[in-house]
Write a protein that binds this ligand. Structure first.
Ligand SMILES: [Zn+2]
Length: 314
């Protein structure tokens, strides 16, 4: 199955006409929009559409190409004509990177490269009809990497499309942005039944279909996480040891790299009223930054607890 991305009808319509234009379609695209609105889902859908044998409005989901383009149990697309790269979260010496970066060796041949860079991969002819290479978080391209790849962005191989994913053209180097055809994704509106099932999940307000689909698909985990959030919120004003225990439990209940926790806390805290929301806002922003920087999450949550206890009127 190749899910049709929710809430992005205008972008899908533009991509459908590109798919039917075949070789005349723009071959360097920027899918622009906030994190979580489904940028990668749209890229995957487009790659399947370009290769699907049925040539309908959506990938048919049944032909051999579509079966290759459906994500496997690990969420990876096994198709030989599809590749995604993203910023490395460790430095070249294997230490955690302070700022994740897309490096030159991921794009063009370098001695230190461990896997085939994107450039040579794009040059090889597609196994089916069309290769699609996705550069996720393109704002983290180093200047060196971007400059080495400008020629390829300017003129990708004939049967290939490069899809950059970023918040918007402004997040990219001007030399990169100017080579892309930009399609803007907007936060999606959740259908009422999704809203009823998940409120107050932050993905609803933020219009993030990927997150709400994942939450709906695994109601047990969703309930456990919600319970962990409620436990922490309930513990903030009480015994400090219990509040710290609740913070640690919440950090454990979430997989590494999941960005939803600060948003969930912000949303739940908001329900306590305007005064509480304002006092908690700075603390939650600090938490978000720490979370995004891959800091130790239990410590970041404990710091959040302490800040809120200090900010609380007693
Ligand atoms: Zn198909």
């Amino acid at each position: 199955m190749i899910p049709t991305p929710m809430g992005q009808d205008a972008v899908l319509a533009a991509l459908r006409s590109m798919a039917s234009a075949e070789r005349d379609a723009p071959r360097t695209l920027l899918l622009a929009g906030p994190v979580g609105v489904g940028r990668r889902a749209v890229a995957r859908w487009y790659a399947a559409l370009r290769n699907c044998e049925a040539r309908l409005d959506d990938p048919c989901g049944r032909c051999p190409a579509c079966r290759d383009h459906a994500p496997d149990a690990d969420g990876v697309v096994p198709a030989a004509d599809y590749r995604e790269i993203g910023p490395a979260t460790t430095t070249r010496d294997g230490k955690p990177a302070r700022r994740p970066q897309l490096r030159i060796e991921q794009l063009v041949p370098r001695e230190r490269a461990e896997t085939e860079p994107l450039g040579p991969w794009l040059q090889r002819p597609p196994v089916r009809r069309h290769r699609v290479a996705v550069i996720d978080h393109a704002e983290s391209l180093t200047d060196e990497a971007a400059n080495a790849f400008l020629k390829t962005l300017e003129d990708p191989p004939a049967r290939a499309t490069i899809v950059l994913i970023a918040e918007g053209p402004d997040a990219l180097l001007p030399t990169v942005a100017s080579r892309c055809t930009t399609l803007r994704l907007v936060p999606a509106e959740a259908p009422p039944e999704v809203r009823a099932a998940l409120a107050p999940h932050p993905a609803l307000r933020l219009g993030r279909p990927g997150a709400w689909q994942a939450a709906l698909a695994d109601p047990q985990t969703t309930a456990a996480r919600r319970a962990a959030v409620e436990r922490l919120l309930g513990a903030i004003d009480g015994d400090l040891a219990e509040a710290f225990d609740a913070a640690d439990a919440l950090a454990d209940a979430w997989p590494p790299g999941d960005a939803e926790v600060p948003g969930l806390l912000r949303e739940a805290w908001r329900a306590r009223g305007q005064q509480a929301y304002l006092s908690g806002d700075a603390a939650t922003t600090t938490l978000e930054t720490a979370w995004a920087a891959y800091a130790q999450r239990d410590l970041a949550l404990r710091a959040w607890v302490l800040q809120l206890r200090r900010a609380q009127p007693r």
